[in-house]
Design a protein around this ligand. Structure first.
Ligand code: IPM
Ligand code: MG
Length: 353
């Protein structure tokens, strides 16, 4: 029997509840598909700052490195807004420490959930954003100076050709498993990094003859995501653009509580799986958060890091089946009186496996 070690980083706020829900479903999937999972819980984010003053304690990073995969809840909250070390630094350090250069963010609008979307059009869509995650503005040289002209601040957007090539390859490969359309998003009318990005995409395209590559400027991409999201299959883009566009793509599905994500590095290294939503401190500890995104993230974990593809499919379909009929969690329930809690909804999902 295959057995896997998973590092579990609940983090802050609803992160605790939604990861518990995901573990419940993972255990059920393991029983049903004949493999075993062991979980090792480690602190990250604000709760790690409280515990030891460090949003990513070295022991947590080591535990992640020696696991098959990492499941994370959410980090952050008002409590740490003014602290000198911020919970988000833990997440950025984790991405860098595990060399997770590619971030997959699916944004799916199912026709039966169309009513949740802020868009009038009730067409469904199925988009995958492939975001570069360990380069660009987030990790370039930055600083503040004061001089004769007063204060200045700077952040640097740098990419090596190698960094661009590996994320584009991830985008092409993802498109090959889907509807074979790759939109590379850049700002090549202004930025040199984007011009190198575009040239690299053109150079790689002949290696993926089954994929149709197109280029789109990021401002236009932001507009098209609202006007015609159903036109997109896979979008590949740099770190900052991907941060912004993935929130937008998530918002137009109408249900931020349903969006998972996977952060991946070189093959054979542990991936990090987390819901796209934040720690929602206002509803934390009340057993009302929607665990769907965390559970869909667990499905991606089964798929990408454990290669348990059948179990991954079963978990994913179980989530969509559970979402198709009431009772639902309060964020998506038609009438709040019939809403059920985090734990009960996780059980409903597990029962569909
Ligand atoms: C995300 C978040 C993070 C990011 C923050 C919390 C640092 O917005 O995962 O999209 O900007 O990458
Ligand atoms: Mg973001």
């Amino acid at each position: 029997m295959n057995s896997y070690r998973i590092a579990v980083l609940p983090g802050d706020g609803i992160g605790l509840e939604v990861t518990q829900a995901a573990l419940f479903v993972l255990r059920r999937a393991a029983d049903a598909f004949g493999f075993s999972v062991s979980f090792r819980e480690c602190p990250v984010g604000g709760s790690a700052i409280d515990l030891c003053g460090d949003p990513l304690p070295p022991e947590t990073l080591d535990a992640c490195k020696s696991s098959d995969a990492v499941l994370l809840g959410a980090v952050g909250g008002p409590k740490w807004e003014k602290s000198s070390r911020r919970p988000e630094q833990g997440l950025l350090a984790l991405r860098a420490g595990l060399k997770l250069y590619g971030n997959l963010r699916p944004a799916v609008k199912k026709p039966f959930l169309a009513g949740l979307s802020p868009l009038r059009n009730d067409a469904g869509f199925d988009i995958l954003i492939v975001r570069e995650l360990t380069g660009g503005l987030y990790y370039g040289k930055r600083g503040r100076n004061s001089g004769p002209e007063g204060e200045t601040a700077f952040d640097t957007l740098v990419y090596t050709g190698g960094e661009i090539e590996r994320i584009l390859r991830m985008g092409f490969a993802a498109a090959q498993t889907r509807r074979k359309r790759l939109t590379s998003v850049d700002k090549a009318n202004v930025l040199d990094t984007s011009r190198l990005w575009r040239e690299t995409a053109e150079r790689l395209a002949p290696e993926y003859p089954d994929v149709t590559l197109s280029h789109m400027l990021v401002d236009n991409a932001a507009m098209q995501l609202v006007l015609a999201p159903e036109e997109f299959d896979v979008l590949v883009t740099e770190n900052m653009f991907g941060d912004i566009l993935s929130d937008e793509a998530g918002a137009v599905t109408g249900s931020i509580g349903l969006l998972p994500s996977a952060s991946l590095g070189a093959p054979g290294t542990p991936g990090l799986f987390e819901p796209s939503h934040g720690s929602a401190p206002d509803i934390a500890g009340k057993d009302i958060a929607n665990p769907s995104a965390a559970i869909l993230s667990a499905a991606m974990l089964l798929d990408y890091s454990l290669n348990e593809h059948a179990a991954a499919k079963a978990v994913e379909s179980a989530v969509w089946r559970a979402l198709e009929t009431p009772p639902l969690t309060a964020d998506i329930a038609q009438d709040s009186a019939s809403a059920i809690g985090t734990r009960a909804f996780a059980k409903k999902i597990a029962d569909f496996i």
